[in-house]
Design a protein around this ligand. Structure first.
Ligand code: C2O
Ligand code: CU
Length: 479
């Protein structure tokens, strides 16, 4: 498949490169108590970043506060988050707090929950951190280009009573389409990307750097928070000799379990929290590989054991995170809704009835469809209207030849089944991966009033129609 024939990061970037250790993010701790506290200032602007190790020069990017990724915002569960978003770009932008259950007006969706923040102006976002967990933020305006040029950052909400680990690390994974001279290729909005798997790049970074190795210690227990900030790249991480345990998905605690087939699958916008014990010996080396795209497997990063040992035994500390205050859907009364995804290359849109109108649609950039509709401009009509406080099941059917990470704003949902098989670990997610032809059922209580985006988080699919709005209608609202 043409688009998947990416050059590996090493082909582009390895030559002559010295070892670089990936940097830990320095958190911007912005615990805020009262409305009198100064908000944290988050400024989007163009700049430069050293994505590639010396001797390569910097890459032109768009970034928050001059860094890739943006500052790690860290608060405690229950804190009020106040962020003044300043727009130093030459175009409008917004900030969306991915996975956070904000009031609708704070959700950062242009033309739906707010006007874009115009160039040179600002917007105050303010909401409570209801749920502990691993979240992130990014623009929701012209996302394919704005996120693709570097605008995104981690948002960590710490538990009031966290599980014990030796180190809490965040790896923000990103993927860049870089030219041989190390600049971002300017082909945003390409129809080929939109019809296939999205804008998949050729250079993978962890915390804004092409990773080489990280240093670990024998006996150490690490909590690793993985965030996929890529436009389109899906990661299937194999931790080799390690035995990672998944303790949270999309920020929400899950029954601790080993990843299926020893692969940690993480699509765009998804997060996975792992607990990993460093069971090797001092001086050992181990590595993490990404095997998602067949024939394009590559070594993501090496873990190198320091010469000294931290402890001799594997800790027996509990790994169960305290649940967040999420409303459990009532499956008996839940209303069921069918949601069918169509479109793209090699899907049903290329065959059978309605092909002609589909082809016309494609010429207009409508490539992906939810229940027969492609949404490419600001959305007018909601796909569904759900009365506030009621339980719902979405029976989602991926009738395409592609993977889609499907995201719903303002809520976390239970993932109930895949292809009719019940899931096993009480998964709560805000972005669920659907494999080609897969059927997935999700369930939730529509408890957050407002108009919420429901879309594929492959940003080029979203831009080419794969989105809709679900309205949670409060109290007396009759439609
Ligand atoms: Cu991460 Cu609608 O977004
Ligand atoms: Cu998609």
């Amino acid at each position: 498949m043409m688009l998947n024939r990416n050059i590996s990061r090493r082909q582009v970037l390895r030559t002559g490169a010295a070892f670089t250790a990936i940097s830990a993010l320095s958190p911007a701790r912005i615990a805020m108590a009262g409305p009198t506290d100064e908000p944290f200032v988050l400024r989007a602007a163009s700049g430069q970043a050293a994505l590639r190790p010396a001797p390569y020069g910097p890459t032109d990017v768009w970034s928050y506060n001059g860094s890739i990724p943006g500052p790690e915002i860290r608060v405690r569960q229950g804190d009020r988050i106040r962020v003044l978003a300043q727009n130093g770009l030459d175009e409008g932008t917004t900030v969306h707090w991915h996975g956070i259950r904000t009031p609708n007006a704070m959700d950062g969706v242009p033309f739906l929950t707010q006007d874009p923040i115009s160039a040179g102006s600002d917007f105050l976002y303010e909401f409570d951190a209801l749920d502990a967990g691993t979240f992130w933020y990014h623009p929701h305006h012209r996302s394919s280009e704005q996120v693709g040029r570097g605008l995104s950052g981690p948002l960590i909400v710490e538990e009031t009573d966290p599980i014990r680990v030796d180190r809490d690390m965040t790896w923000m994974l990103d993927d860049w389409r870089m030219s041989p001279d190390g600049q971002i290729v300017d082909d945003f909005g390409s129809q080929a990307d939109a019809m296939h798997g999205g804008r998949i790049g050729n250079s993978v970074t962890i915390n804004g750097q092409i990773p080489e190795r990280i240093s670990v210690r024998a006996g150490e227990r690490i909590r690793l928070r993985l965030i996929n900030a890529a436009n389109a790249r899906i990661f299937a991480l194999n931790f080799g000799t390690f035995a990672p345990v998944i303790v949270a998905l999309d920020g929400q605690p899950v029954a601790p379990h080993a990843p299926e087939g020893d692969i940690v699958l993480i699509g765009p916008a998804m997060r996975v929290d792992l607990v990993i014990d460093m069971t090797g010996k001092p001086g050992d080396a181990a590595f993490v590989t990404d095997i998602f795209y067949q024939g394009l497997e590559y070594r993501l990063v090496d873990l190198v054991y320091a010469p000294d040992r931290l402890r001799d035994t594997v800790p027996d500390w509990p790994m169960d995170l305290q649940p967040n205050p999420l409303a459990d859907p009532d499956m008996a009364s839940a209303e069921r809704h069918q949601i069918v995804f169509n479109g793209g290359m090699m899907g049903q849109m290329m065959m059978g009835n309605g092909m002609r109108s589909m082809m016309d649609q494609m010429r207009e950039g409508n490539i992906w469809f939810i229940n027969g509709k492609a949404a490419t401009g600001p959305i007018k009509e909601p796909l569904l209207v759900l009365p506030q406080g009621t339980s719902h099941v979405f029976e989602m059917d991926n009738r395409t030849a592609w993977h889609h990470p499907i995201h719903f704003h303002g809520h976390s949902f239970r993932v109930i089944s895949r292809n009719g098989q019940p899931t096993r670990y009480r998964e709560w997610q805000d972005t669920v991966m659907m494999a080609p032809e897969e059927r997935v059922e999700i369930a939730f209580v529509a408890d957050n009033p407002g108009d919420w985006m429901f879309h594929c988080h492959i940003l080029e699919h979203q831009a080419a129609g794969m989105m809709g709005v679900v309205r949670v209608a409060s109290g007396s609202t009759k439609i």
